[in-house]
Design a protein. Structure first.
Length: 372
């Protein structure tokens, strides 16, 4: 599986802590470097036969169809992409014009669009510094469907400061009308150093209200039941058969190659991440000395990573996998009973999984089960 990072945005959303540039940077130079990196690292993965490709950001839809085609050409030259099951592009609604959508369709290799809608509330979109309106998002989804995209995911955020339960329910109601196949839904987190953090500290935006966030989460749980969706990961919901194949493989610890500035890779034993600076990234690729940092994973690291990722899935922790780490799991196992008694976790034939309420405390429970 291959992840391709496009670290450019038209403007910065106030809550965002990802690496991306909101400048008129030379995107062609970056695309050329990506193509070169795909070549340089063609032997990184144990197998060149690729099953999934995910183009994320930043905002991949900032690239022209010609630039997307160049990247695909590089993939075709250096990998076997004859059997790709899922090729996702992340896109912002304002960029998904009818012409752009037609061009994406004509490219022929993109079969899934993940749209950064975030909310259908215009005031909140403005507050978050998004460039689209609710009407633009609705239109983008409908146009994509009409043009033939039949695997569309929408990103929504709940727990936005000042958003009432009723407003959140209105968001869910709007989503029901759109008939999309997949939903990625996140509670807003205030990352230190973001503009959102500063504005909250200055009192210009209210604090996140945790009680309200829990109400939103509970409304979401009701919505997924009423709308025939399944929750297959803490933040991911879909209609039967539309789980994101690419992301699901991250949670199974499948090796992946990540290309682009700040992209991460995993080869089964170590992780490596490219430098989070577009100019230095391009310079490194062009000089043949890719700038990256690597870390060999110990048994303990791999156990902790497994706890963190598997706990977030609806299947949960697998007993057989845990049995391979007896020295680390021994401590975690003793803590399980209290979570099961509190109704936050339950035991299944497969292993141990979080309940719907347990998902609210996933990070704290994972931290408890970690081996430090
Ligand atoms: S579009 Fe996405 S990556 Fe870009 S600033 Fe907004 S949240 Fe961050």
């Amino acid at each position: 599986m291959i992840y391709i990072h496009i670290p450019f945005c038209k403007q910065r959303c106030i809550y965002c802590a990802f690496y991306s540039l909101a400048t008129g940077a030379d995107k062609q130079k970056y695309v050329d470097a990506l193509c070169k990196e795909l070549e340089i690292r063609k032997d990184y993965l144990p197998d060149r036969k690729i099953k999934t490709v995910y183009m994320g950001g930043g905002t991949p839809s900032i690239l022209t169809p010609e630039q997307l085609a160049m990247i695909y050409d590089a993939l075709q030259r250096h990998y076997d992409v004859s059997d790709v099951e899922e090729f996702t592009i992340e896109a912002n609604p304002e960029q998904l014009t009818v012409d752009y959508l037609h061009a994406l369709r004509q490219l022929g290799f993109i079969n899934r669009i993940s749209m950064g809608v975030q909310t259908f509330d215009d005031d909140k979109l403005k507050m978050l510094n998004r460039r689209h309106t609710s009407a633009m998002a609705i239109e983008a989804v409908r146009n994509a469907q009409q043009i033939g995209f039949d695997n569309i995911s929408v990103d929504l955020i709940y727990g936005i400061p000042g958003m009432t339960l009723q407003q959140w329910q209105h968001n869910l109601h709007t989503l029901s009308m759109l008939d999309v196949q997949h939903l990625s839904c996140y509670a807003l987190t205030v990352e230190p150093g973001t503009m959102l953090d500063t504005l909250i500290q200055k009192g210009r935006i209210p604090q996140v209200d945790d009680d309200e966030t829990i109400k939103h989460y509970n409304a979401l749980q009701q919505w997924i039941t009423d709308n025939g969706f399944v929750q297959y990961e803490i933040s991911n919901y879909c209609k039967q058969g539309f789980e994101a194949k690419h992301n699901s493989r991250y949670w199974d610890s499948t090796p992946y190659l990540g290309v682009g500035a700040a992209a991460h890779s995993f080869d089964g034993c170590s992780r490596q991440w490219n430098i989070g600076n577009v100019d230095k990234y391009i310079e490194g690729v062009n000089s043949g000395a890719l700038a990256y940092t690597a870390e060999q994973l110990s048994q303990k690291d791999r156990y902790n990573e497994y706890i963190m990722t598997a706990l977030r899935t609806s299947k949960g922790l697998n007993k057989q996998v845990l049995a391979a780490y007896p020295q680390y799991w021994e401590v975690g196992e003793k803590l399980l009973t209290q979570y099961i008694c509190k109704g936050l976790m339950c035991e299944t034939e497969y292993g141990y999984k979080l309940s719907a309420q347990g998902f609210l405390f996933a990070d704290a429970i994972a931290a408890d089960l970690f081996c430090l």
